[in-house]
Design a protein around this ligand. Structure first.
Ligand code: G6P
Length: 367
């Protein structure tokens, strides 16, 4: 076929390694350095429409839902519009209130996921405006939406989403920037984020270049029957996505938790048999995160910490995986890349069919 895994042992690995290039594709022509903003022509919303948005509701399934949570955080931080993400598969069944001044955003790689499509139809039936963040051009969700942002990640074959998910995050960053710059976001902050976005593809490449350092850690994690992925605030959806990937392809039980909530329950499960993968970026929560790591370490829980160079773990016994720093708002995507590699190498070590995990389909098109 015109698109095959070539010399790569799987599509998933090929798609992981394509990310520096595909990340450039979603940004191309959309960044405005002079005014520190983004231009998203496909949204079909002028400044007045953008300013009228009072709330943002993001809908997707699986990884698209988790990246939706990252996107909601970006929108709330940069544009100061209340934003949240919900599983599209649940949304329609709880008879949601559809508001005219809410911007609904449907996120989907395939553009064919039935739960997401039906959510879009319900929103539009009730007069809501729904835009799409979709990879496949001309897909059902793209056609059903009022406009949107194409992700330009190219064909994604592996069931576990990698490059499309990265571009979903970048799509949200562009949307947050454009929404922010017609509101309160300063030109200085806008320029700071535009520069950050321009640096990102190169930094993704740096993370991928350190792949070999992760292989042994992944093999160790693969041996565990159950593991935790923990993070706080911006790091929590990253933990959810990391646990999801691990479950999907390694078939190990992986549970995501807010680091802050650990002491309110799951700490009881921590012992030498249950590893924890912790997201500890260098930010205002670093010290609190390290406090939780001490609690885990004191119970001999094995620790893998995804972090930044300047974070000092002191006496804590942990495998440290360092990623480059960008702007704090954009760091989640750089923290996500090592989690893709950990899941990949764990599944590889276990000898699983990485591209076609058991019981799962790339897109679920029937209810
Ligand atoms: C399926 C796949 C997941 C994917 C989800 C959403 O359940 O197994 O990996 O995240 O669908 O797919 P979409 O095409 O809508 O992004």
């Amino acid at each position: 076929s015109a698109y095959d895994a070539g010399e790569h042992e799987s599509y998933m690995r090929k798609e992981i390694l394509e990310q520096p290039t595909t990340a450039q594709a979603v940004l191309r022509g959309r960044l405005d350095e002079r005014f520190g903003t983004a231009h998203l022509g496909g949204l079909d919303m002028d400044a007045r429409d953008l300013r009228a948005v009072r709330r943002v509701k993001i809908l997707g399934c699986g990884s698209a839902y988790y990246v939706g949570q990252m996107g909601a955080a970006l929108i709330e931080e940069l544009a100061r519009i209340p934003a949240d993400a919900e599983a599209a598969s649940e949304f329609r069944y709880r008879d949601p209130v559809i508001e005219p001044d809410t911007l609904y955003v449907a996120v989907s790689q395939s553009g064919e996921t039935i739960d997401t499509l039906l959510a879009v139809q319900e929103i539009r039936r009730k007069g809501g405006r729904c835009v799409g963040l979709v990879n496949v051009v001309g897909s059902a969700i793209a056609r059903e939406c009022d406009g949107g942002i194409y992700l330009h990640a190219g064909p994604e074959v592996a069931v576990a989403s990698t490059k499309a998910l990265t571009n979903m995050f970048l799509g949200f960053a562009l949307l947050a920037l454009q929404l922010g710059r017609v509101r309160d976001l300063s030109i200085a902050d806008g320029k700071r984020l535009v520069a950050g976005l321009e640096r990102l593809p190169g930094q993704i490449e740096e993370v991928l270049a350190a792949e070999a350092d992760l292989v042994d850690v992944a093999k160790e994690l693969a041996e565990a029957r159950s593991l935790f992925f923990i993070g706080r605030v911006r790091g929590f959806p990253v933990a959810r996505e990391g646990a999801q990937k691990f479950k999907e392809i390694s078939y190990r039980h992986a549970e995501a938790y807010q680091t802050s909530e650990l002491k309110h329950g799951p700490l009881a499960l921590i012992d030498p048999e249950v590893p924890t993968v912790a997201l500890v970026p260098s930010d205002e929560l670093t010290e609190r995160n390290i406090g939780a790591l001490h609690e885990i370490d004191a119970r001999q829980g094995p620790l893998v910490v995804i972090t930044h160079e300047d974070v000092d773990l002191g006496e804590i016994g942990a495998r440290r995986i360092v990623v480059p720093r960008n702007e704090p708002e954009l760091d989640p995507i750089l923290l996500t890349i090592p989690l893709q590699l950990l899941a990949y190498h764990a599944a590889q070590h276990l000898g699983h069919d990485i591209d076609k995990p058991r019981n799962l389909a790339k897109s679920v098109t029937v209810e």
